[in-house]
Design a protein around this ligand. Structure first.
Ligand SMILES: [Zn+2]
Length: 282
């Protein structure tokens, strides 16, 4: 379908990018409301600073942020660049999925998976927790697409369950040992559950790759976040002292969810080829 004609390719690419950006914008709002304990169904979007209801022109993905130069139209307060980043990222992910899976149910399946992972990543980044309902939604989405799976269902199910149980079970064991040695939680329970869920989607071999890539990305993310924390701390000290009693981020705490989310999407795109190539070496 995708490569019938160059105009069709271009048209589908634009549609995929718009779907990704619009979905990214919605998920951002959903994640923010989850973290700040607002009802997800509590009406129209509003500015998180002044509370002004946002109009259609304020809600165009990517363009609104760029044209308003990252500021609210009403109170001129700064709008976090994470909105723009999530919209651009999801536009890119949607495009990559289209070129990987063409116009198919697989495209829809993995796009839903990516949107839910974005929600997990954003919530974990801000609140250091992964709510169980996101894991439940991911499992539900996986179950929903089971009947559409091409090929034999039993080997597919066996591979999925092996990927889920072995990786998360192994991690649980390792984290229990480290918890004992360190005397504190080394890996969050939400992260272990998330590896269970990604195992269902990716299967055993690719979920193992996912674990390795997640750790590498997690280290990278940890470095970036601690740099950013130091930077904002210096700025704060230079300008005005932090208010006593205000909550501050524990600099030793690193959210692992965003790294797992990014790695899982990478594994959807190129995981099978990479593990296949690795196996062919032996
Ligand atoms: Zn405002």
């Amino acid at each position: 379908m995708l490569f019938i004609d160059q105009w069709i390719t271009a048209y589908l690419a634009v549609v995929a990018a718009i779907i990704g950006a619009a979905g990214g914008s919605f998920i951002n709002c959903l994640a923010w409301r989850t973290v700040h304990r607002e009802k997800i169904t509590s009406g129209r979007s509003h500015c998180t600073r002044c509370g002004h209801l946002l109009g259609v022109l304020d809600l165009v993905p990517v363009f609104s942020w760029v044209f308003l130069r990252g500021r609210c139209r009403y109170c001129k307060g700064k709008i976090s660049p994470r909105y723009l980043a999530a919209e651009l990222l999801m536009a890119g992910v949607s495009l990559c999925l289209l070129f990987r899976f063409d116009v198919s149910l697989s495209y829809l399946y993995y796009l839903g998976f990516s949107f839910l992972l974005l929600a997990v990543g954003l919530v974990d980044l801000e609140s250091f927790r992964i709510p169980d309902r996101f894991q439940a939604a991911l499992i539900l989405w996986w179950c929903l697409f089971l009947p559409t799976h091409r090929g034999e269902l039993v080997p597919y199910l066996a591979d999925s369950l092996a990927g889920a149980v072995f990786i998360s079970g192994g991690l649980l064991g390792i984290s229990m040992v480290f918890d004992r040695i360190l005397g504190k939680d080394s890996l969050g329970g939400g992260d272990i559950k998330l590896f269970f869920v990604t195992g269902l989607y990716l299967g055993a071999a690719v979920n193992l790759l996912n674990l390795i890539v997640s750790c590498l990305l997690g280290l990278l993310l940890g470095l970036v976040l601690s740099r950013m924390a130091n930077h904002s701390e210096n700025e704060e000290n230079g300008e005005n002292k932090a208010q006593p009693g205000t909550e501050k981020r524990d600099s030793g705490q690193i959210p692992f969810g965003p790294a797992i989310a990014m790695s899982s999407v990478l594994c959807v795109l190129i995981g099978r080829q990479l593990t296949g190539w690795y196996m062919s070496l032996f």
